[in-house]
Design a binder for this molecule. Structure first.
Ligand code: ZN
Length: 160
């Protein structure tokens, strides 16, 4: 690719390489440090919306602290996503243990992730919310590199 075309600012359809550390309630829950930077196409919803919005116009080498409200992150906690399932309705190969995250399928073949929160006799209380739902996400980010996306990457909507 022609180096003269190397982008200097984050805009739509630019491939961003980004170092990040995600802190929730003061605790580091995820970080790219010690790994490769996260690479994604800007403007395609490859990363959470609240973070993507803050990236526009950032330049290579620039760092920023970004706090993303729950509604722009993994969503608010949905009260309808707390389910009570009978123990006998679980597939046999699933361990029914409090705190266990399980993939649960419905009759239509959809698969959901749920965390078993409480077991009362035959009733198993499952929280189907995303583990990060309802939480503010505090990101520390650095733009490591910017490049143009290839035509194939743009067509697929993700980096190769
Ligand atoms: Zn692809």
């Amino acid at each position: 690719m022609d180096n003269a075309q190397k982008p200097t600012k984050v805009s739509d359809d630019i491939v961003v390489s980004m170092d990040y550390t995600l802190t929730v309630n003061g605790e580091v829950v995820d970080s790219s440090h010690g790994r490769k930077p996260l690479e994604f196409i800007q403007g395609r919803g490859n990363i959470i919306r609240g973070l993507e919005q803050e990236l526009y116009d950032m330049t290579t080498g620039e760092s920023k602290q970004v706090s993303v409200a729950a509604k722009d992150g993994y969503g608010e906690v949905n009260p309808d996503a707390f389910l009570t399932i009978l123990r006998n309705d679980f597939p046999e190969d699933i361990q029914i243990i409090t705190g266990q995250q399980n993939q649960l399928g419905d009759q239509d073949g959809h698969v959901y992730n749920g965390i078993i929160e409480k077991i009362e006799g035959d009733n198993v209380h499952v929280n189907m919310n995303h583990p990060m739902a309802g939480k503010q996400l505090d990101f520390s980010i650095t733009v490591v590199d910017l490049r143009l996306a290839t035509p194939t990457e743009l067509q697929h909507g993700h980096t190769h």
